[in-house]
Design a protein around this ligand. Structure first.
Ligand code: NAP
Length: 277
């Protein structure tokens, strides 16, 4: 596995992590726990030792499944979770964090992210609570998700002692909207971009008609990789970007892990840039 620095924190994180939307159920609890735990453990064994979850996933059950998977390996796994937009008032942030810590069975969260901005709650209030959590050792780093460049600036200005470490946003070969402003801004300000839905919710593996998919197919066969592996590799080649594909199937976990540890040539990288413009 390769590693990148999280923001300007000095902390190294793997370029591929494990998403968990659907792990533990989609909106409510389900009973497929053991399979979900097995998939996460395999991911950890394959060095994707970054798990992204959220208080809202499966009504908190996803965090409980993460706790089960991590167990005695806590110190060597980077856990990122998120506070929901309706919980961004000062007291609610503290309460949400306490509840996540309990479900995750841990005394600290590595990266605590604001899941979505909420225009009706001043970001300064939220960030004040985040800094208190850092001071208390309950969270190590502060991140956001689905923030625009302007919202990132406002969040950073509201922080007195900390630096915003990351912004989690949708980014894949088929959704490149962040390249317009968020990506260059993140690169300039050393903010890690955590790419969600990095394989377009499984659509990349299915391919499609047209020249772009032909280019992807050709590059995949040139490197003896799958389309999904090439698409993930393309993402993590971008300087500030790490990716968090979600996979409940063990074969998918193995395939995704194989997206790191090799590099495509610049010409092929550029060919993908052009084909999926
Ligand atoms: P994704 O990772 O792009 O795709 C997940 C889907 O692709 C699942 O159906 C999975 O199937 C399938 N899959 C996984 N590996 C595959 C492979 N090698 N070949 C074919 N299909 C494969 O989409 P996502 O779950 O939306 O995004 C990833 C993570 O980002 C989430 O789990 C969540 O942690 C985070 N996220 C955050 C936000 C946010 O607002 N911050 C929004 C969306 C997602 P199986 O599960 O059956 O293996």
């Amino acid at each position: 596995m390769e590693f990148k620095e999280l923001g300007k924190s000095g902390r190294k994180i793997p370029v591929l992590g494990l998403g968990t939307w659907g792990i533990g159920g989609f909106s409510t609890r389900h009973l497929g726990n053991d399979d979900d735990v097995r998939a996460l453990r395999l991911g950890l064994d394959l060095e994707m030792r970054f798990i992204d979850t959220a208080e809202v996933y499966a009504s908190g059950h996803s965090e409980e499944v993460v706790a089960k998977a991590v167990k005695s390996q806590r110190e060597s796994v980077f856990i990122a979770t998120k506070v929901s937009p309706e919980n961004l008032h000062y007291d609610d942030v503290i309460k949400s964090c306490e509840a996540s810590l309990k479900r995750l069975e841990t005394s600290f969260i590595d990266l605590y992210q604001v899941h979505w901005p909420n225009r009706s709650i001043p970001v300064a209030e939220t960030m004040k609570a985040m800094e208190r959590l850092v001071a208390e050792g309950k969270i190590r780093h502060i991140g956001v998700s689905n923030f625009s460049v302007q919202q990132i600036r406002e969040a950073q200005e509201a922080l007195s002692k900390s630096t915003l470490a990351s912004n989690q946003v949708e980014y894949s070969l088929v959704d490149r909207s962040i390249e317009e402003d968020l990506l260059p801004h993140a690169e300039k300000e050393h903010i890690t971009v955590i790419a969600y839905s990095p394989i377009a919710r499984g659509q990349i593996s299915k391919g499609g008609r047209g020249e772009r998919w032909q280019v992807l197919d050709e590059i995949a066969s040139k490197y003896s990789k799958t389309k999904t592996q090439v698409a993930l590799n393309w993402l993590i080649t971008k300087k500030p970007v790490i990716a968090i594909p979600k996979a409940a199937s063990l074969n998918h976990v193995r395939e995704n892990a194989g997206a790191a540890g090799w590099q495509m040539g610049e010409v092929d990288h550029e060919a993908l840039n052009q084909a999926f413009k």
